[in-house]
Design a protein around this ligand. Structure first.
Ligand SMILES: [Zn+2]
Length: 272
């Protein structure tokens, strides 16, 4: 575990403490987390918030390998998949986000090839497949049990891996979706480069992350803050005016409150 005294993104040290808290409830995944305090720190230079101490690569990989047992506690993978995909459209967050994307592009929007990065159990791919009936679907997911579930329950081609510069290297996509993933990514600049390389010119990128306004509305010990693999907290300004700025054009963004009172920042970009 390493404690950062500089911003892991821009490497500068113009920092301000945002929140300090216990890291409780995760030692079943990462035993040496016990007794550790976590800090959320704002980088004044890039307007980004980061957590410290940070898990080592080995600890993070162990967490992702073992994620499943926690996520599906009390529910079999298929019960989870059925519950999420059987919500009616007006109650389905996945349906709502695709309706939002379509509203921003055109109601006739019909992407031929779609990649979901961090596709989890495949519930978004399933909804994508129901809306874009002709599209070829692809997913990349590091947790093997999730990847196996999505292979079984969707028509998408799934690779069980971390998204990097080799992922689906022979393909170019019209739409890339990436939900609740960016906050786990260590090297943000590499991620932008790799996403850009997989998108066609004028292709669309949909990003969804926890929004910084969570700090105003969620209690301090909320899992969004204590989850050990959450490395960053984003706001609109950092993502649109800094990280994605030179490669992507902003189409639209919004912050929505989920049924569980979390704040999600949704952004739609188009590749230049
Ligand atoms: Zn910074």
């Amino acid at each position: 575990m390493t404690y950062k005294v500089y911003c892991p993104h821009c490497k500068k040290n113009n920092l301000k403490l945002r929140q300090e808290q216990e890291l409780e409830g995760y030692d079943f995944l990462v035993p040496d987390l016990k007794e550790n305090k976590r800090k959320w720190i704002d980088c004044i230079d890039c307007n980004l918030s980061f957590s410290t101490p940070r898990l080592s690569k080995r600890q993070l990989e162990y967490m992702y390998d073992n994620y499943r047992s926690e996520t599906f506690r009390g529910e079999s993978p298929d019960e989870y998949f059925d519950r999420i995909t059987n919500y009616p459209p007006q109650k389905s967050e996945n349906f709502q986000k695709l309706a939002w994307i379509r509203d921003k592009v055109t109601s006739k929007y019909n992407p031929q090839k779609i990649l979901d990065i961090g596709s989890g159990g495949g519930v978004l791919l399933y909804t994508l497949g129901n809306i874009f009936l002709e599209a070829d679907l692809f997913g990349v997911e590091p947790t093997s049990n999730f990847a196996e579930l999505s292979r079984r329950r969707t028509r998408a081609k799934i690779v069980n891996a971390y998204f990097d510069n080799k992922t689906f290297i022979d393909h170019q996509f019209n739409l890339i979706t990436c939900c609740q993933v960016l906050e786990h990514i260590e090297n943000l600049n590499d991620f932008v480069k790799n996403v850009s390389n997989r998108l066609i010119t004028n292709g669309y990128l949909y990003i969804e992350v926890p929004d910084i306004s969570d700090f105003e509305t969620l209690e301090k010990k909320h899992s969004r803050f204590s989850e050990p693999s959450h490395l960053w907290y984003f706001n609109f300004d950092f993502l649109c005016n800094n990280l994605f700025k030179n490669v992507f054009s902003l189409i639209d963004f919004t912050v929505i409150k989920t049924v569980r009172n979390r704040n999600n920042l949704m952004i739609l970009f188009q590749k230049n």
